[in-house]
Write a protein that binds this ligand. Sequence first.
Ligand code: NDP
Length: 332
Amino acid sequence: MYIADKERYKKMKYNRCGRSGLKLSALSLGLWHNFGSSDSFDNMTDMVTTAFDLGITHFDIANNYGPYPGSAEENFGKIMTRSLAPYRDELIISSKAGYWMWDGPYGEWGSRKYLVSSCDQSLKRTGLEYFDIFYHHRPDPETPLEETAAALDYIVKSGRALYVGISNYGEEATLKISKLLRDMGTPLLIHQQRYNMFERGIENGLQKVWESEGIGSIAFCPLAQGLLTNRYLNGIPADSRAGKSSVFLTADRVNNAPIAKIAALNEIAVDRGMSLAQMALLWDLRGGKMTSVIIGASKPQQITENVAALDAPELTPEELDKIEEILGNEKL
Ligand code: NDP
């Protein structure tokens, strides 16, 4: 039987999520990769319990994570039942709907029909009574934002979720849905957006919206799916995301990545006695602008290494300048 480490809350930092009452662990664990139907159940259990033992309280899922779509939720549900059930009130579990999940006109995007049905399916797959955060996963260009906001509000008011979030929304739509939700009495808790040294779209406006609206912020792909680690400095290892033929990180993409720049960043990390993965996470969290950063992992050791980054001193202005110099205008 799993018993959580008693020291877990001493190992993590917790940041307030926007102007809400909720705090999130500075690092969260995402289940996009390595939690599907053909992945090792023992390994995923180890990853989740290792994360919780290190004070990670937030686990990020979506209806479509797998493959097959839905299998990450099923696997997380099994881990909950077998290991984490006694700790439910210590966990922030999120799911999302927005991308394709089932055939026909109600299986994706942002209608009330899709969002409420998908949330019910996700609750069934995970066996949970409620989600802590339920997200609209991507903006829908056709459904009126008023309908999507009303569906999210209903999901909270009907007891299916405690808070709502959005992901992949631009500035204007974020501002609009935030105002709609506030007027309905369900303030927008959090915005989930891609953010790493090479992908910095949020810096040009979204961060200002989050601050003025009091919305929390959570970054995904902080390690650019593994590119911002020492993983690919000497080719593509067979057990890596690109080596396992992920459609999201192809060998082509790795081969076209600015490996010399990544190697130069790695040198700064080594000089300060840490790994590039650790430095990339510190960089994402710098200045306290992000509430949390969602890491992915393929083994528990990566999670242990990544959480240890939080014990390191903050990046100095000189180190930050050096990083900017190396990056130049490089985008992935
Ligand atoms: P990362 O950028 O953190 O990449 C994770 C990968 O980096 C791991 O699978 C592993 O690759 C490698 N890695 C992690 N730690 C280390 C380490 N210490 N040393 C070497 N390599 C390391 O995040 P993800 O791309 O996995 O995304 C994280 C989460 O964000 C997802 O699970 C999901 O919850 C969320 N997300 C949300 C999206 C949205 O639209 N809202 C879109 C995408 C993600 P390897 O497997 O090769 O070992």
